[in-house]
Write a protein that binds this ligand. Structure first.
Ligand SMILES: [Zn+2]
Length: 198
């Protein structure tokens, strides 16, 4: 098991067939995840394709995460919380200027994703809409969106299986509203056919 400290991120490779377990150790903490094809980083996770093919805006157990080339990147094997978001882009420096009226530096998922993924040749403009694990975005029939505290409790996890060789970017989200006002770590574990419990 590995730890993503609060308001930080990591990047790593995940082989086809390996599993990724992402755990919220304290509860009410979001983790943004982006995926790239390890052999061609122009192929990446797509919110639009996933919501289209899965015919839902709520993605959980049994759903697949699809790429911009309409191929399966991951399957969600287990989801003990059941609420994730795939509508909103990662929080970025502009998020805090525009939505929080905060003119000062603020850590963000966007920065934590592109800095950790830069070693794989991935640039800021390459970062897609993330799959926001544990994020609780509510929507009304007229389309109004609101970011509510996560419903995840300590120990809740989502277990993913890779359907192709992947580069994964993963954060412990830095936005106050997404995490009920406090920042916590995220735990993750790679469970592999090649390497057991890395
Ligand atoms: Zn964030």
């Amino acid at each position: 098991m590995k730890v993503i400290e609060k308001q930080t991120g990591v990047a790593f490779e995940l082989k086809e067939g390996q599993m990724l377990k992402v755990t919220d150790p304290h509860g009410e903490q979001v983790s943004d995840m982006v995926l790239f094809n390890a052999h061609d980083i122009r192929e990446k996770i797509s919110s639009g394709k996933t919501l289209d093919f899965e015919e839902s805006i709520l993605i959980s157990t049994g759903n697949f995460l699809w790429s911009n080339r309409s191929r399966k990147m991951m399957e969600i094997i287990e989801d003990t919380n059941g609420r994730n978001d795939f509508l909103l882009a990662p929080c970025s420096p502009e998020t805090f200027r525009i939505m929080y009226q905060n003119p000062h530096y603020h850590p963000s998922c966007f920065e934590n994703l592109y800095t950790n993924l830069s070693g794989y040749g991935i640039e800021p403009d390459d970062i897609p809409t993330a799959f926001n694990i544990f994020m609780n975005v509510q929507f009304s029939p007229n389309g109004k969106l609101s970011v509510e505290p996560p419903q995840s409790k300590a120990g809740d996890f989502v277990l993913f299986e890779a359907k192709m060789d992947l580069i994964v970017g993963l954060t412990a989200c830095s936005a106050e509203d997404s995490n009920n006002g406090s920042f916590k770590p995220i735990h993750f574990e790679i469970i592999g056919s090649n390497e057991e419990h890395v």
